[in-house]
Write a protein that binds this ligand. Sequence first.
Ligand code: CA
Length: 164
Amino acid sequence: MRLLANIAALALVALFITGPAFADSYRITVYTADTKKAGTDATVKIRLKGTRHLSRVMILDPPGNSFERAQWDTQVLAIRDLGQLTEIVLSHDGGGKGSGWLPQTVYVTNLTTGDRADFGVSRWIYSRVYTDFGVSSRHKYKKSELERERKKAAAAMKRQKKRK
Ligand SMILES: [Ca+2]
């Protein structure tokens, strides 16, 4: 039991050390295609792969009715610096009616460093199928632009909260 307690204590310390203070803000922006039945109400998950780390599988749940046809959705997540992003993995749980989902593009911006990776998706994501996409292009925001992007991200989150 003491060993277990020690492990638990260590885990807590590790959590504290690697916690939000050391995390970067990642803005994830998704555009769902303007195609019949492209939208979904399923619980969408994403995993980010970078040159340094692989994130855990994270639930993407932007405020409001997200991932509808021809709609932009934005969410900001705190994740430790993954290095240069190389890949994303998309999936969903099949929830809701007609859960098939057709995202067109996913932009992932590290709002701390100003690095944006763009992913062309345009492929149907079906229930419990993990589909990975390689980076299509990259962009680096200048310092002045980055400030604007941070404000835009905050505004987008607020707008969506109202829509809910
Ligand atoms: Ca939806």
